[in-house]
Write a protein that binds this ligand. Structure first.
Ligand SMILES: [Zn+2]
Length: 564
């Protein structure tokens, strides 16, 4: 489909608004709610052509959790007995959908030491020290978010640094991208890692010139320490997930795609759905390498209130920051190094075969051009065109892709699941890792959009903040929040605000087989929407990241209201 609409078109008089969707007579079932005096917008699919159409409206009517009418103020006459809500001119948009996040980790991070954005090793160490002191009951100090690239030295930290802060309890701190861990000496000892421990498959134990483990573990080497960490119990998981969902609702997210869950999360999600305890609509992907994968998939798709499970997430490679992403040629800043392919083609082929038999979608994390190429090959040679059409395979991230592979997303009907904030977080590092030439196919949103590839956006929280307004801002400006670089980084790949919103609503819904239920404000759809005090179409895009959500509604019920 084509993205014909730009922001300018929104205000163009020839725009066809869908304002005539009112039902002819009032339904007699329940008492509906009518919200009027709105500046309402939604990006819908054209009924015949499927092309995106911007709809503008000022009134909606909701009954039994769904929109039963979308139109203008005359609807008040059609529904005289409805409960009237005056929106006082606020902007209404569909609830936002984050197509790639990690709910439990977001919640656990809210409970753990958070090192995101720390400007130096010294600051990181002092945060860890404060946290350790404030949480004397914890057996392990666990946290996440450090990024040595932001530090003046740009050097990886060491176990010795951490030993100065805490020498009695083990510490494990994941890098911001989740693909490296920084641990102290006790953690190394508990995991049995010494100078003679070989690197595990798909992982690296970083060592100094004398062969001594430094305390940095990359990709699969992280598992050695994870394996000796006590498991989190269900009560902690539930607490973390509840906190995370409240955060999402406050930011305007009504649905999220959980990109890789364990068997424990699978069972907990089902239990929470049964208890009607999911406050955000969850589309969860099973982790492809969990031992229980086959048995869970064979139990069939899960379709419960606020919970859908019919997909699997694989991780084909690592990340660029830690040079774990699998590249075809050497890293530009590390000769002889091409990163790591964590899922070989044979394994991908098996997953495609097995999952297609059970009607499950396969969504594969692929960051480097080698990983993307291998995953595309597997989708191409293991699935028929009809299977791809039905199963909607996705590549998660698609960060660095050979130019010759980009058209294959369209040819094969592969969804590109992108995280706009990654582009602005990585802009100072990506060029170092892959060089100018390969950047042409990096974070190349325009190429995907102009060929008509469905692009679903997300944040990859908690790798990045969950706030979707940061993603929308990064998508349309390709700038950081200090408005740098001036024209945006590789500005040719900016999205329009319409395209960005569509990728966070209807196209994200499509990526989770939900486009008939959510993602736009149309008659018959679930009444998931947000109200904003300001109209983001009528203000500078520079303030977009700072947008505050006034209210969030789910299934026609108010579930979040901003304190004033
Ligand atoms: Zn992720």
């Amino acid at each position: 489909m084509k993205y014909l609409f730009t922001l300018a078109l929104l205000f163009c008089s020839s725009l066809t608004s869908h304002i005539a969707q009112a039902q002819p007579a009032e339904k007699t079932t329940k008492s509906p709610t009518l919200i009027h005096s709105l500046q309402g917008y939604s990006i819908n699919n054209h009924a015949d052509t499927g092309a995106p159409v911007v709809s503008e409206f000022s009134t909606v009517v909701i009954d039994n959790g769904r929109f039963i009418a979308v139109g203008n103020e005359t609807l008040a006459k059609v529904y005289p007995k409805a409960t009237m809500v005056d929106a006082k001119g606020q902007m209404m948009l569909p609830g936002l959908i984050d197509a790639h996040g990690h709910l439990l980790n977001l919640g656990l991070n809210m409970l753990r030491v958070d090192l995101r954005g720390t400007p130096s090793l010294k600051d990181a160490l002092s945060s860890i020290k404060d946290y350790a002191k404030a949480n004397p009951e914890l057996d392990w100090i666990v946290g996440r978010g450090w990024n040595q690239v932001l530090w003046p030295t740009k050097q990886f930290p060491t176990a010795a640094d951490l030993d100065q802060v805490e020498s009695k309890r083990p510490i494990m701190l994941n890098r911001v991208d989740g693909h490296a861990a920084w641990v102290n000496s006790i953690a190394l000892e508990l995991a049995g890692i010494d100078d003679n421990t070989p690197d595990p498959a798909g992982g690296i134990i970083q060592r100094d010139a004398n062969g001594k483990a430094t305390g940095i573990l990359i990709d699969n080497a992280m598992e050695l320490v994870k394996a000796v960490r006590p498991a989190i119990n269900e009560a902690t998981m539930t607490k973390a997930m509840t906190l995370a969902q409240q955060r999402l609702l406050s930011e305007g997210i009504t649905s999220m795609h959980d990109a890789g869950i364990t068997a424990a999360e699978y069972h907990l999600y089902k239990k929470l759905a049964q208890q009607n305890a999911l406050s955000v609509k969850i589309y969860a992907m099973l982790n492809s390498e969990m031992p229980e994968l086959e048995s869970i998939v064979k139990q069939g798709k899960v379709s419960m209130p606020h919970l859908t499970i019919r997909s699997v997430k694989g991780v084909a490679d690592g990340a660029l920051g830690s040079r774990g992403a699998a590249l075809i040629e050497d890293y530009s800043d590390k000769k002889g190094h091409k990163g790591l392919l964590m899922l070989p083609k044979k394994r991908l082929d098996y997953l495609n075969q097995f999952l297609s038999q059970h009607g499950f979608q396969l969504n594969v994390h692929a960051i480097g051009d080698q990983a993307n190429n291998t995953v595309l090959d597997s989708f191409e040679d293991q699935l028929t065109a009809e299977q791809r059409n039905n199963l909607r395979p996705r590549i998660e991230h698609a960060q660095v892709v050979q130019l010759s592979d980009i058209p294959r997303f369209k040819q094969l009907g592969v969804i590109a699941s992108m995280q706009p904030v990654h582009a602005t977080s990585d802009m100072n590092m990506a060029g170092d890792r892959v060089g100018e030439e390969r950047l042409q196919g990096a974070y190349a949103w325009r190429a995907y959009l102009s060929q008509g590839t469905i692009m679903a956006s997300g944040s990859d929280f908690p790798v990045e903040l969950s706030n979707p307004w940061h993603g929308l801002y990064a998508a349309v400006t390709r700038q950081n929040q200090q408005q740098q670089p001036k024209q945006g980084w590789r500005p040719q790949d900016k999205m329009t605000l319409m395209e960005a919103l569509r990728s966070f609503t209807l196209d994200a819904a499509y990526a989770g087989f939900m486009e008939k239920e959510m993602g736009s404000i149309e008659v018959g759809k679930q009444a998931d929407f947000i109200l904003l005090e300001q109209n983001i179409f009528k203000q500078s895009v520079q303030t977009l990241w700072n947008t505050k959500v006034a209210q969030t509604w789910l299934d026609g019920k108010l579930v979040y209201s901003r304190e004033k």
